[in-house]
Design a protein around this ligand. Structure first.
Ligand code: HEC
Length: 207
């Protein structure tokens, strides 16, 4: 990651917030902006069906804000200082809400893509860059305790996992065994590793 990446994401956040604000009564209710939501106007989330099945927001790269990226070593191969890059994204309206309220609102969507990498000596140093998506993780904020009988919902979130080769197929079976233990260190921050997302500490723009 170059230092300019977070700044760029931040500008995108402002631009998107401006667009959403500028559209006024259009935002969120126009069918072609969020097709899944249009089918069920009262639905809790365009990414969640009536049974709590979660789908991957496939347009997150162009419509979400980049919150931050984690470079993960540890299982390092010789000559490869970073084993994977984890990019985290949220919708502009959820970012603005967090900046205002200090927490994500009901229905907030967070996507993390775990990217495979290559590393090499380039003219800037030893450089690691992303290649393909290995897996996607998704969390959807549920402050009302919906889907009590669904093993992918609990502790205030819906939890989901998709393999890079099949983005349509959710593969986690129970968040308590598949996700929860690794997120316990972040429990005080509503299960999120907030330290990686400096944009959330900014003041909301234009509010
Ligand atoms: C091996 C431990 C581990 C497991 C298992 C795990 N996570 Fe995480 N998760 C982390 C860590 C650590 C971070 C932040 C740093 C990173 O990505 O390396 C993170 C970050 C995330 C993020 C970005 C938002 C945040 O929490 O900061 C999402 C979304 C996420 N995880 C969802 C899931 C879901 C859904 C599951 C289960 C299907 C899951 N995770 C399983 C360790 C884990």
């Amino acid at each position: 990651m170059t230092p300019s990446r977070p700044r760029y994401a931040y500008l995108v956040a402002i631009a998107l917030a401006a667009v959403v604000g500028g559209l006024g009564h259009w935002s969120g209710s126009v069918p072609w902006t969020r097709p899944a939501a249009a089918a069920e106007p009262d639905a809790f989330s365009p990414y969640v069906d009536a049974k709590g099945n979660i789908s991957l927001p496939t347009d997150y790269k162009t419509t979400f804000v980049h919150l931050g990226t984690f470079a993960v070593a540890g299982k390092t191969k010789v000559g490869a200082p970073v084993d994977s890059l984890h990019g985290v994204y949220a919708r502009p309206e959820d970012v603005t809400a967090f900046q205002r309220d200090g927490k994500f609102p009901d229905g907030a969507v967070i996507v993390k893509d775990v990217l495979k990498v290559k590393s090499d000596a380039l003219t800037t140093g030893t450089v690691t860059w992303a290649t393909d998506v290995d897996v996607w993780f998704v969390m959807i904020k549920d402050s009302k305790g919906r889907f009590k009988d669904n093993d992918l919902w609990g502790d205030g979130w819906g939890w989901a996992l998709y393999q890079g080769k099949d983005p349509k197929k959710q593969v986690a079976t129970d968040y308590k065994t598949d996700c929860r233990a690794c997120h316990v260190p972040a429990k005080a921050d509503d299960w999120l590793y907030l330290r990686g997302y400096p944009v959330l500490k900014e003041k909301p723009k234009g509010k």
